[in-house]
Design a protein around this ligand. Structure first.
Ligand SMILES: Nc1ncnc2c1ncn2[C@@H]1O[C@H](COP(=O)(O)OP(=O)(O)OP(=O)(O)O)[C@@H](O)[C@H]1O
Length: 433
């Protein structure tokens, strides 16, 4: 038997308790890393509680013990029987990118909602404890001084996603996955209706909920990272890309697309397009050499990995725009893409900034933005963020064009010169080759 005194001072104890199903004993289920109990070094997972502040816990439910603890202030005295085999922590810290949102206060299954760590997709988490098969402990890298919180384990979060997915009403929704795209336009006609339970890559429900990441610093001699711009139709992706390349064509370049259409007299093979036969194009598609492709007026157009590689091999920074479903294909250890989401500003701001701007859609070319175009841009941006936000390394709001261009330039240099979180598999692949 041991007596342990902890001074609470309005902070949580930093431990959870449970009741043994057979013996009814109340034991410490886990000690939260960096919390009061952990810092004291006096409480361990497995310790059996006998008394709290002189009150016997015999026959009490865990909730009743928690109540006693919640009502106690200042010094709390535990009488306990220490666990005989203290768990030896041989855990290595792991970093992951959250691929889903998690709100502990909305999760009835969490052992202690107050000890939960809420996170949003795309956030980088430091996992400090995976001892429990269901509940891990983690911190956000943006706040490493905080004490850890509970998060569902990989396995548990996957299960939750699956349950959530199947309990959703069966409703058709618009996804941005399409087999068609039109050069220069991301048209409404492209958006094919699919079903919320479709098994395609656009549905992230069954994807791994955490992606292991590592800190990566590009060596000056290494190839540049591919810069991918993503955004809803008309937001200004092409405009920003064009301006970036024009600012220094010796540093920045786009990838030359492939097409099956006939070369025009003033065009040069490899400058405007690579002109190839339909058979060659289709072979490139089947051998996964196209990042994205589509058909326009009976001809195929696409951006190939070879074309991107050619720019990178010249030592330049390759800047392309992609439909969001192409992100997954581009995410390889070879290209190490840095994904920048170009986000529209509010509709009221766009009414001002887009007054004299012109757009191209399926239905009209070089027309002024209409109110519904702005609305559609906003809706489409929301969908993209909801579905693909976890992949965005940077978000730039394209309000003032000059400012957005300056932000893009700085983001592109940041991507090449500063350390970044990248999927661990990209770096493991490097060391294997
Ligand atoms: N911040 C801005 N302020 C004013 N006009 C802008 C701004 N950004 C882009 N534009 C203008 O909006 C129009 C559409 O831009 P852009 O063609 O680059 O869109 P996009 O995102 O590439 O979409 P799409 O692929 O459909 O062409 C262009 O006329 C462009 O000059």
């Amino acid at each position: 038997m041991r007596i342990v005194c902890l001074v609470k001072n309005n902070q949580p104890l930093g431990a959870t308790i449970k009741r043994h199903e057979i013996t009814g004993d109340i034991t410490v289920a886990r000690v939260i890393h960096g919390g009061l109990a952990d810092r004291s070094g006096l409480l361990y997972a497995g310790d059996k509680l006998v008394e709290v502040n002189g009150v016997s816990v015999d026959g009490l439910e865990p909730e009743q013990v928690i109540n006693i603890l919640a009502l106690s202030q200042g010094t709390i005295m535990f009488k306990l029987i220490p666990v005989s085999d203290r768990p030896v922590s041989n855990q290595t810290t792991m970093y992951v990118r959250a691929m889903a949102d998690y709100w502990p206060l909305q999760d009835p299954a969490i052992p202690c909602a107050d000890a939960g760590l809420p996170f949003k997709k795309g956030e980088i988490l430091q996992i400090v404890d995976q001892n429990d098969a269901l509940w891990w402990q983690a911190r956000k890298v943006s706040d490493l001084s905080a004490c850890a919180g509970l998060i569902p384990s990989n396995h548990l979060l996957k299960r939750k996603q699956r349950e959530f997915w199947w309990t959703q009403p069966f409703q058709p929704h618009f996804c941005l996955k399409s087999s068609l795209f039109f050069i220069g336009t991301k048209s409404r006609a492209n958006q094919q209706s699919c079903y919320a339970r479709c098994p395609s890559s656009c549905c992230t429900a069954f994807a791994a909920p955490y992606e292991e990441v590592v800190r990566y610093q590009r060596h000056p001699g290494d190839r540049n990272r591919l810069i991918v711009l993503v955004g809803p139709a008309g937001v200004g992706v092409n405009e920003l890309r064009r301006r970036l390349i024009a600012s220094n064509p010796r540093e920045f370049q786009s990838a030359v697309p492939h097409t099956t259409r006939v070369q025009k007299s003033y065009e040069m093979n490899g400058r405007e397009y690579h002109y190839v036969s339909k058979e060659t194009f289709e072979n490139m598609v089947y051998s996964h050499r196209m990042l994205e492709y589509g058909e326009y007026k009976g001809y195929l157009y696409g951006t190939s990995i070879d074309a991107v590689r050619a720019v990178l091999d010249e030592g330049k920074i390759c800047v392309i725009d992609l439909e969001p479903h192409g992100i997954q294909i581009a995410r390889t250890h070879e290209l190490k893409p840095y994904i920048i989401f170009i986000k529209p500003s509010s509709i009221s701001c766009m009414r001002q900034t887009r007054k004299n701007a012109r757009i191209i859609t399926d239905y009209y070319v070089n027309m002024k933005f209409k109110e519904e175009d702005l609305q559609e841009m906003e809706d489409s941006a929301k969908k993209m963020e909801a579905q693909f936000g976890q992949f965005f390394d940077q978000v730039i709001v394209n309000d003032n064009l000059q400012e957005a261009s300056a932000q893009l330039l700085s983001a592109v240099h940041h991507a090449q010169d500063e350390p970044q979180w990248v999927p661990a598999i990209w770096i493991c692949s490097d060391t294997q080759t």
